[in-house]
Structure formats: structure tokens, C-alpha cells
Design a protein around this ligand. Sequence first.
Ligand code: 9MR
Length: 561
Amino acid sequence: MVVLPFLLFPACENKKNGEKTGEMKIMPAGIENLPSLKKQYEDYFLMGNIVSGPVFESPRFDLLIHHFNIATAENGMKPDALQREKGAFTFTQADEMADKVIAAGMKMHGHTLAWHQQSPGWMNYEGIGRDEAVENLEAHTKTVAEHFRGRVVSWDVLNEGVSDNPPLPEDWRASLRQTPWYKAIGPEYIEIVFRAARQADPEAKLYYNDYNLDNQNKALAVYAMVKELNEKNPDAGGRPLIDGIGMQGHYRLGTNPEHVALSLERFISLGVEISITELDLQAGADSVLSERQAVEQGIAYARLFKIFKEHARSIARITFWGLEDSMSWRAAQNPTLFDKDLKGKPAFYGVLNPDAYIVENSGGISKDAKQVKALYGTPRIDAANPDPQWDKAAEIPVDQYLMAWQGAKGTAKTLWDTEALYVLVHVNGAVINKASQNAYEQDSVEVFLDENNGKTPYYEKDDGQYRVNFAGERSFNPPSAAEGFESAAAVHDGSYTVVMKIPFRTIRPSAGRLAGFDLQINGASAQGLRQSVAVWNDVSGESYRDTSGFGILELVSLSQN
Ligand code: 9MR
């Protein structure tokens, strides 16, 4: 069931002088009708959002203070905003912003003292010498942190200092991003900037802040860095040098929350506090969010908040990066909790009450999924002379095209036994070609299996993608899905047949059981380029990483054979 917000919180009407005007009062009273996120989470963590000029205008500001109790300047406290010219600090706008935030009863978080982006050219240019770099880094950090001392509760001291997916994450020095700061000063620049910040504002919590920390390699490098620097500096003003790790959290529907949880737990084991500092979650495109995508986004936010709640003792703050979609740096991907009319999206309700939201909406996503029955049987893995047992199985059409070109398509059959799912796919109309380096662009068939029919927007342990091309070459996602897999392929005139044996990896199959299931036929052109993609049920094009759109396979008992 999709919970429609207006059923929970009926829109109220404007009253002028006690009279109903009949005009719908969307703002600002609509704001007050929504339960407040900061109240909902007052026993867990601070709830934050970003501020920039337009946020201070009503009714946006009303929405901000209704739900959030801490603010981050989206751009206003970055190096290029505060010291565009060497030695000439420009604090007026940032001061005004901080003062308004604090006057509204909110706290302020500082972002950011050192970053390789949004820094003025003179500060940390390519080729800058070491002494000049150290001087610039220390002078900026000390002046800014001292200036806001007492007004900010925490600082992102260093932003994005680690490179993406570093190959040797245990060696954090080798994993550092090759920025001008790093090139001029070496890895010590990190201690230099944290020490300067601690000296200038001993009360503020000092954070290392970065994105993609759900990537386990990047998380490991950050872990190793913070561990070593805190062990080396256990008493930097009465406590370890780095107080916290900021996981920015610019996520997508395909982000695996289990990876977020793994990184959270890894960081928590260091004894530092964690904040989610720039949370947003893309869904849809071109500023369009379908009803289904909106619910998927709600579920994705809800899954994250379940994890955040479970680790709340170590999480100080959760800050969203954008108040409403049209203001987001990723406006076209609709990543925030509120729409441009400041109405709460399904994402808002997913955050507000994660458990209830998941229970009420998970089933809803698959309501239109096609369903097919698999009969019981154990066929030979033979594509040239298929086993006669296939004769009794129903044909499944694989003929919905994902692209404009209508190329290879076909039919499939399924059987199951206690060990495996068996799939036979017969492909027609193919100009057979496997010249592409990418297996998915060769003439090939794919089976998607979600053993527990979990319909998750990411792959879990029970999910797998199995691909066999017309020449019998196989590929798997994840690679471990290869274990015990068997297949055969045979080419006939202008067509080919593939038979697969897919061992069940996490379930004990039994009659009546439902599994998530889908089929795809990839058609290559004579030049080896991708020409067509035909599927059975899931037309999202996301089956390789998202099981929520799969169709459903019912395992049917022997007696129904
Ligand atoms: O949201 C910010 C956007 O307005 C700026 O143009 C952009 C410039 O790089 O920075 C955005 O905020 C970034 C944040 O400061 C650090 N992490 C990534 C954020 C999104 O790019």
C-alpha cells in the first residue's frame, strides 16, 4: 500500500479573521501540519540541512526551522567565499547567515576549512612551494576557525582528501588525493590543518569529511588515516586530534545500505563520532519522479534511517544536502525530502517513520509484476537436443524492448528441483555477433534471480545475474554466482538456444515459494554494437543492480505437473 500523505495530514484551509477563505493553505501552515523531523529524532541525533540566500526567505525558512536544528552553509563558509584575496577576509555574508541560524534557535556546523575545490587560485595552486602552502593553510584555518569560535559546534576541517576507490587502502598515505595541498606539503598537511583548527577553536568538534564512504576501499583508507593520526596525537588539546568522520552520503537508489552500515561500524570502532553530513538520494531524472520511483526513494531513505537509528549512539548529526528538490545541486535527480512546493515527498515519510514506511510500501512496488509458474523437473543440460521434459513447461515471452530498435527476442521455459532452477531460452531474429569487449553487448541471454523475492533496490546475497552468450561463454554478477552453474548453448540458422542450471544459493526451494525472476535478451548488430535489449518483465534497465522491478516465479508442486 502506498501511504498518501494527504490521508495522514489533511490539508487545512486558510482562515482570515476567523472566516474560511476556501483557498488551500499550503504554506506556511501546511508546514506546521507535518510532524517535525527534529522532534521525531530528538533522542537520536541532530537533524540538519543546508542554508544559502534563498533558504532564508519565507516560507522556506519556516520549513527549515520546523524540521531541522542545525545548519551547514552550502557554499558560504568555503575558502573562496571567505578569503578570495590573500589576507582580505570577507566575513559579512557568512556572519549574517550564522547569526540568522543561531537567532532561530538552531546550531551551526562549519563547512569547510580545507578543500581542493572552491578555494581561491592564490591559496593552493599547482606548483605552490611548501612554505607558502603551509602558511596559507594555517593562516586561513586559524583566522576562520577563530572568527566563528563559539558560533559553530563543529567543523569539516578537511574535505575530500582521499582518492576514489584506492587500490591499496591500508596504505592511507598512498590513497591520498593528489591535490596541490598534498603535493606541496605531503601527508603531514592533514595534521597541520587539524592542529591549526584545534588551536583556534578548542571546543569545536573537528571532522574529516568525504563522499563515497560506502565504498569499502575508500572507507578503509579513511579508517587507517584517522586511526594512525589519533594514535599519534592522543592529546591534541586534551583529546585525540580528529573528533569525527563525516560520511557525506550522496546516494542513489542502487546504493547498498549494507555497505553504508559496514563503513559506519568500521568508523565507530575507532571511537570517533560519526555524522551523515550531506545526505541526498537520487531518483528519477530530468526533474521527473514517477510514483513508483518516489516510493522506491522513500524505501531507500527508510532503509538508511533504520541503520542510522540502530547506530544512533555514535551518530551526532544527520544533515540533508538540500531543502527541496529544485534547490538541490542535483535538482534534476529529485534527491531531497520535499518537492518544489515544499510538500513532503514519500521520501519524507520514509525518513519520518522508517519501519512503518517499509512495511506499508514494500509490497506496493511489485504489484504490477508479471507472474509465471515453474514446474518440477530435472532436465539434461543440452541445448542442441533439449530434454523432452521441457515440452510440458509454459512458454514465457521475452519481447519487451528497452530501446527503440526491435532486434533479437525469444521465449523461455523454466523447471525446478531441490537443487536448482533450470531455464531454457530460445532466441530468434539475431544477427549473431560477439565482437564487443562487453559481455552484455554480445548476443546473449541473461537470467535475473532474487531467491527470496526481496525486491530490494540493490543486490543482496540471494540475488544473481547469469549471462550466457550464443557461443556458451558465461559471465556472472556477483562472480561468486558461478559456483555450481552449468550451461549449454547451440546455434541454429539465425537463432540460438541456451540452457542454464542455476543452483539455489540461499534458499531451500519448496512448492508454493515465490522468487523474483527476470529474463533479458541482448542483441548485437553486425558491427558488434548493442542494438536491442528485450526483457520479460522489468523494463527499468536496472535489473543488473536493482531487483525491485523483477517479475515473479512461482515454484509449483509435483502434483500440479
Ligand atoms: O552544493 C554545493 C554546490 O552549490 C556547489 O556548486 C558545489 C561546488 O563544488 O559544492 C556543492 O557542495 C559540495 C560540498 O561542498 C562538498 N561535497 C560535495 C557537495 C556537492 O557537490
